[in-house]
Design a protein around this ligand. Structure first.
Ligand code: SF4
Ligand code: SF4
Length: 435
C-alpha cells in the first residue's frame, strides 16, 4: 500500500441554483486578464444541455482521455507522444471560440423600435465580436430555456439514444445545474499528453498545475483533457487551468468557489488513497465495475493500518487529522451518495457529485410534497422527474443501480430529518428500509 493525500471536492447538486457566483468570483480572482477572456476555470452547466465548451463530452470528436487497446493496455485516446509530436503543428482537436462562447448581446433596437405589425418583435442575439447576428445561436446556459425539451436532447450526445425520455408534457420538463472545475484527476491525461513536461500533479496534495516556464503552448493538454478543463491564453501562448486555489489552501483558506458558493454545496477536503491501485482501477474494462474500482482506491483514514502507512509515507500528522475530519471519504465510500463525473474517461476524477433528487412528479401532484414523509418516500423514488438513465450517463457509465441507491438514501435522509425537525420523532422504518 502506497498512501498519498489528495485534495478533493464533493458537490451536492440539489443545492445548486445556477447563480454563477462561483464562476464570477473565480474569474475575478484568477482569469480577469487579457488573453483569457473566454476562460471559466469554474463554469456551471445547464443539464440536460451541451455543456461548456460545446459538446465536450463527445470524445470521438475531441479525442480526449484514455482508451483500452485490443491488447488490453490503456493509452491516450488521441495516440502516443510520438504521434502527438508528428501532428503538433496541426493539433486539430481544439475547441474554437464559438465552442466556448461567442460574447453576445441582444439587438434591442429590434424590440424597441420595430414598426407596428401583426407579430410581437423579437430581440435577436448579436455577436459582440462581429456586430453581426450570432453565427451559432448558443452560449453557456443557453439550454436553460429548453428544460429537457426535445430540442435540447437532440443536441446532446448522451441523450440522443433516449428519445423515450423526452419530456412531452410541460409539467414533466426538468433541468438542473452542474458546476464544473478541473477534476485534479488521479490519472490525469493532460499531464500524460504534455510534450514539454509542463503539466504536473503535485506530490503532496495531488493538485494538477501548469509550469508556466516549461509550457511551450503545444495545447496537447487541451485536446487530451476529456473534461476540456485546460485553456489556452492567447496573449502569453501558455496553457492555464484551475489551480484549486492552492495559494489559498496553503494558508488554510478554502477555494474561492467553495467560500462564495451561495448554496453551500461544495464540500472540500483531503482524502487518503492507495497510489498502487490507481493504474488498475483506471484500467477496469467492464464500465459498470469502474465505479467500485474507483471507490476502492480511497482508504479509510480511521483505519489504524492506513494511519500507520500514512505516517511512514511522510504525510504530516495534521493532514491525517484533516483527512479524518473531511466529509469526502464518508460521502464517497461510507454513505455512497457521491458519484464521479464520467468515470469511463478513466482519468480518475477527484470532484464527485451528489446527484439531484429533484422534484418528484407524481408525488408532488398527489401529496403536495416531494417524498418528505415515509408513506410517499419509496413511491417517490419510482417516480423521479429526472430519468435515472440520464444521471447514470453522467455519473456511472450508464449503470442506474448506484444512482438509485444514492437517491434512495438522500430521500430517506430528507424524510428522516424532516420527522425529527418537526418533532415527530425518528421513523426507524426509513433507516431499516434504506439499510
Ligand atoms: Fe487534467 Fe483537470 Fe482535465 Fe483531469 S480534468 S485531465 S486533471 S485538466
Ligand atoms: Fe451553484 Fe454555488 Fe455556483 Fe451558485 S455559487 S452556481 S449555488 S455552485
Amino acid at each position: 500500500m502506497k498512501v498519498m493525500a489528495q485534495m478533493s471536492m464533493v458537490m451536492n447538486l440539489d443545492k445548486c441554483i445556477g447563480c454563477h457566483t462561483c464562476s464570477v468570483t473565480c474569474k475575478q480572482a484568477w482569469t480577469n486578464r487579457s488573453g483569457v477572456e473566454y476562460v471559466w476555470f469554474n463554469n456551471v452547466e445547464t443539464r440536460p444541455g451541451i455543456g461548456y465548451p460545446r459538446r465536450y463530452e463527445d470524445q470521438e470528436k475531441w479525442g480526449g482521455g484514455w482508451v483500452r487497446t485490443k491488447s488490453g493496455r490503456l493509452k491516450l485516446r488521441s495516440g502516443g507522444r510520438l504521434k502527438k509530436l508528428a501532428t503538433i503543428f496541426s493539433n486539430p482537436k481544439l475547441p474554437e471560440i464559438h465552442d466556448y462562447y461567442e460574447p453576445w448581446t441582444y439587438e434591442y433596437d429590434m424590440l424597441l423600435n420595430a414598426p407596428a405589425g401583426e407579430h410581437t418583435p423579437v430581440a435577436k442575439p448579436k455577436s459582440l465580436l462581429t456586430g453581426e447576428d450570432m453565427k451559432i445561436s448558443w452560449s453557456a446556459n443557453w439550454d436553460d430555456n429548453l428544460g429537457g425539451s426535445a430540442e435540447t436532447m437532440a443536441d446532446d450526445p448522451i441523450l440522443q439514444h433516449m428519445s423515450e425520455h423526452v419530456a412531452s408534457e410541460y409539467e414533466q420538463t426538468y433541468m438542473f445545474y452542474l458546476p464544473r472545475i478541473c477534476e485534479h484527476c488521479l490519472n490525469p491525461s493532460c499531464v500524460a499528453s504534455c510534450p514539454s513536461g509542463a503539466m504536473y500533479k503535485r506530490v503532496e496534495d495531488g493538485i494538477v498545475l501548469v509550469d508556466q516556464d516549461q509550457c511551450r503552448g503545444w495545447r496537447m493538454c487541451v485536446s487530451g483533457c476529456p473534461y476540456k478543463k485546460v485553456y489556452f491564453n492567447h496573449k502569453t501562448g501558455k496553457a492555464e487551468k484551475c489551480t484549486l486555489c492552492y495559494p489559498r489552501l496553503e494558508v488554510g483558506l478554502p477555494t474561492v468557489c467553495s467560500e462564495t458558493c451561495v448554496g453551500r454545496l461544495r464540500y472540500l477536503g483531503l482524502v487518503l488513497y492507495d497510489a498502487d491501485k490507481v493504474a488498475e482501477a483506471a484500467s477496469i474494462e467492464d464500465e459498470h465495475a469502474l465505479l467500485d474500482a474507483q471507490r476502492s482506491v480511497f482508504l479509510d483514514p480511521h483505519d489504524p493500518a492506513v494511519v500507520q502507512a500514512a505516517r511512514e509515507a511522510g504525510i504530516p500528522e495534521d493532514w491525517i487529522d484533516a483527512a479524518q475530519r473531511s466529509p469526502i471519504h464518508k460521502l464517497i465510500n461510507e454513505y455512497k451518495v457521491a458519484l464521479p463525473l464520467h468515470p469511463e474517461y478513466r482519468t480518475m476524477p477527484m470532484v464527485w457529485y451528489i446527484p439531484p433528487l429533484s422534484p418528484v412528479v407524481d408525488v408532488v401532484a398527489s401529496s403536495g410534497n416531494d417524498g418528505e414523509d415515509a408513506k410517499t418516500l419509496f413511491a417517490a423514488i419510482a417516480k423521479l422527474r429526472i430519468p435515472l438513465e440520464y444521471l447514470a450517463g453522467l455519473f456511472t457509465a450508464g449503470d442506474t443501480r448506484p444512482v438509485e441507491a444514492s437517491l434512495r438514501k438522500l430521500a430517506a435522509m430528507r424524510s428522516y430529518m424532516r420527522g425529527i425537525n418537526l418533532g415527530e420523532g425518528k421513523d426507524e422504518r426509513i433507516a431499516d428500509a434504506v439499510g
